[in-house]
Design a protein around this ligand. Structure first.
Ligand SMILES: Nc1nc2c(ncn2[C@@H]2O[C@H](COP(=O)(O)OP(=O)(O)O)[C@@H](O)[C@H]2O)c(=O)[nH]1
Ligand SMILES: [Mg+2]
Ligand SMILES: [Zn+2]
Length: 264
C-alpha cells in the first residue's frame, strides 16, 4: 500500500475509533441503495460526481455578490467525492477595486485550489480557463446568474448557450437553464452546465467529520490539545490559533463553523 495522505490517516484514526465508514456511506449514496426520498435530496452535482474528472465552481464578484459559503460547501463536496476542484471567479469587469480579485483568489490558491479570474464579457482569463478544462469532463456549479452559460459561450461562441439577465430587483439573478446540458467542446472535452444552485446539503456527513474536508485544517489540527478537537469551543485549539494569526482564512473558518451548524 502506498503512503497515506494526512487526511486518510486522520480519517482512519477517527473511523477506527468511532466506527463510521465514510466510504461505505458514499458508496450507498451512489449505488441507488437508498430510498427515493433520500436520493431526491442528493444534489445533482454530487450524483454526477463519479463520472466527472473535475468540478468547476463558478462564482461572480458582483451581481450576484461574491459569497464564499457556497464555494466552500462545493469544495467540501469535491473533497468528499475525491474530485479535483477548480474555482472560477467571474465578472471581473464589474469589480471597482481589482485588487479584491487577487485577495479572494489568494485564499484558495494558498490551500491548493486553482483559481481562474475571468470576465465572460471582456474575455479576460477565458483562454486560461479553457485550457484547464481541455481534455476533461467537468461540471459547472454555482449560483444562478454568475455567468456559467456566458463562460461557455466565451470559450466557444458556436455553443450559443442561452444566458439570462440578472434580476436587478433582488440582485440574485434569474435562471434560464432549467435542465442539465452537456456540451462537447472537442472529442476529449465535455462541460456540463448545471442549473443554479442555492444550497448544497450533506445529510450523510456527521458534524464530527466535517473538519476533514477543510484541507488547510489538517496540519494545524495535529497540534490541537485534543486529538478529537472539532476546532469549535475546545481549549488549546491550534486551528483557531491559526485563524487568529491569519494562517487560516477567517472566511474559511467561518464557513466551517456554519457548515457544522447545519449538520446534525
Ligand atoms: N458584466 C458581466 N456580466 C456577465 C459576465 N458573465 C455573465 N454576465 C451576465 O450575467 C447574467 C447571467 O449570466 P448567465 O451566463 O446566464 O449565468 P448562469 O446562470 O450562471 O448561467 C447575464 O446577463 C450575462 O450577460 C461577466 O463576466 N461580466
Ligand atoms: Mg446558465
Ligand atoms: Zn482544534
Amino acid at each position: 500500500m502506498g503512503r497515506l495522505t494526512k487526511r486518510q490517516q486522520q480519517i482512519i484514526k477517527y473511523q477506527l475509533r468511532d466506527r463510521l465508514d465514510r466510504r461505505k456511506k458514499a458508496d450507498m449514496i451512489h449505488s441507488g441503495e437508498v430510498p427515493k426520498y433520500v436520493r431526491d435530496k442528493i444534489p445533482y452535482i454530487r450524483r454526477l460526481s463519479r463520472s466527472l474528472d473535475q468540478v468547476l465552481i463558478v462564482a461572480s464578484f458582483q451581481q450576484p455578490e461574491l459569497k464564499t459559503g457556497l464555494i466552500d460547501r462545493l469544495l467540501v463536496m469535491a473533497e468528499l467525492e475525491e474530485r479535483h476542484a477548480l474555482i472560477c471567479l467571474n465578472k471581473y469587469d464589474l469589480l471597482e477595486h481589482p485588487g479584491q480579485a487577487e485577495q479572494v483568489a489568494g485564499i484558495y490558491r494558498s490551500i491548493g485550489y486553482p483559481v481562474y479570474i475571468t470576465s465572460a464579457k471582456s474575455g479576460k482569463g477565458v483562454a486560461a480557463l479553457a485550457r484547464a478544462l481541455s481534455g476533461k469532463r467537468s461540471a459547472m456549479a454555482g449560483h444562478s446568474g454568475v455567468g456559467k452559460s456566458s463562460l461557455l459561450n466565451a470559450i466557444n461562441p458556436e455553443l450559443k448557450v442561452a444566458t439570462g439577465a440578472v434580476s436587478y430587483a433582488t440582485n440574485k439573478g434569474r435562471h434560464t437553464t432549467t435542465q442539465i446540458k452537456t456540451y462537447t467542446l472537442d472529442e476529449q472535452t465535455e462541460l456540463i452546465d448545471l442549473p443554479g444552485l442555492k444550497q448544497i446539503d450533506f445529510f450523510d456527513v456527521h458534524r464530527d467529520e466535517a473538519r476533514f474536508y477543510f484541507r488547510e485544517f489538517l496540519t494545524p489540527a495535529e497540534s490541537c490539545r485534543f486529538n478529537n478537537c472539532l476546532h469549535l469551543t475546545e481549549r488549546d485549539c491550534a486551528v483557531k490559533e491559526a485563524v487568529k494569526s491569519g494562517r487560516i482564512s477567517a472566511s474559511r473558518y467561518e464557513s466551517y463553523r456554519q457548515f457544522v451548524e447545519t449538520l446534525t
